[in-house]
Design a protein around this ligand. Structure first.
Ligand SMILES: [Zn+2]
Ligand SMILES: [Zn+2]
Length: 200
């Protein structure tokens, strides 16, 4: 069952109460998702990782992460806020933004994951570039969201260019060329890592 949690943007303690310890994937909406993608993404993540997927409205103001010099937003600062929100819970939280994200040492990033804390960011901003085809944009969002969630299941980058875990180095054509699914070796790694979590 999928729930759409409506929580006020502030205070974060109200957000806490909607988390649980079930190990679900939570799609945290910092920006609204492009029409229709949320359902397709939820279904896809559920199929790929075999856990429940829910979505939740989060804080909307990301001005705290703005870097005036770069005219971009700091992904690590947004990750830190997501970490504070999901602290103490087993759920994996993917925060969706629609601003240009950067990490130190990169011109920009599509997203970033902190597997140890179970939180990741994904930006729609650059995935919408170079095309007016909304289906192409939707597939990019699904692929990159799956990639970041894959990191939260302890997957690293994969050598198979078709695997969703292959590294796109900021390149939209590489994203368009890969599939939305994890390859078989990556999939079995996810199963092993989930079994280990349950055993612990
Ligand atoms: Zn990656
Ligand atoms: Zn792979």
């Amino acid at each position: 069952m999928r729930r759409n949690h409506q929580v006020s943007p502030d205070p974060d303690s109200r957000v806490h109460s909607t988390f649980n310890k079930s190990g679900s994937i939570i799609i945290g909406l910092i920006s609204p998702m492009i029409g229709g993608v949320l359902t397709a993404l939820s279904d896809h993540l559920q199929k790929e990782f075999g856990v429940p997927v829910e979505n939740m409205d989060l804080f909307r103001d990301v001005s705290f992460a703005f870097n005036r010099r770069r005219n971009q937003y700091s992904s690590p600062k947004i990750l830190k806020k997501l970490k504070a929100i999901s602290k103490g819970f087993e759920d994996k939280l993917l925060g969706i933004v629609d601003v240009d994200l950067y990490c130190p040492d990169y011109d920009f990033v599509f997203g970033e994951a902190d597997a140890g804390s179970g939180v990741a960011t994904l930006s729609l901003y650059r995935l919408k570039q170079d095309t007016a085809d909304s289906r192409l944009v939707s597939s990019r969002i699904i692929k990159e969201a799956t990639h970041e969630v894959g990191h939260l299941f302890n997957l690293g980058h994969c050598e198979d260019p078709k695997c969703v875990m292959s590294f796109s180095v900021g390149n939209l054509s590489q994203i368009d060329a890969k599939s939305a699914s994890v390859c078989l070796p990556c999939k079995s790694f996810v199963h092993i890592s989930k079994a280990r979590t349950i055993a612990n």
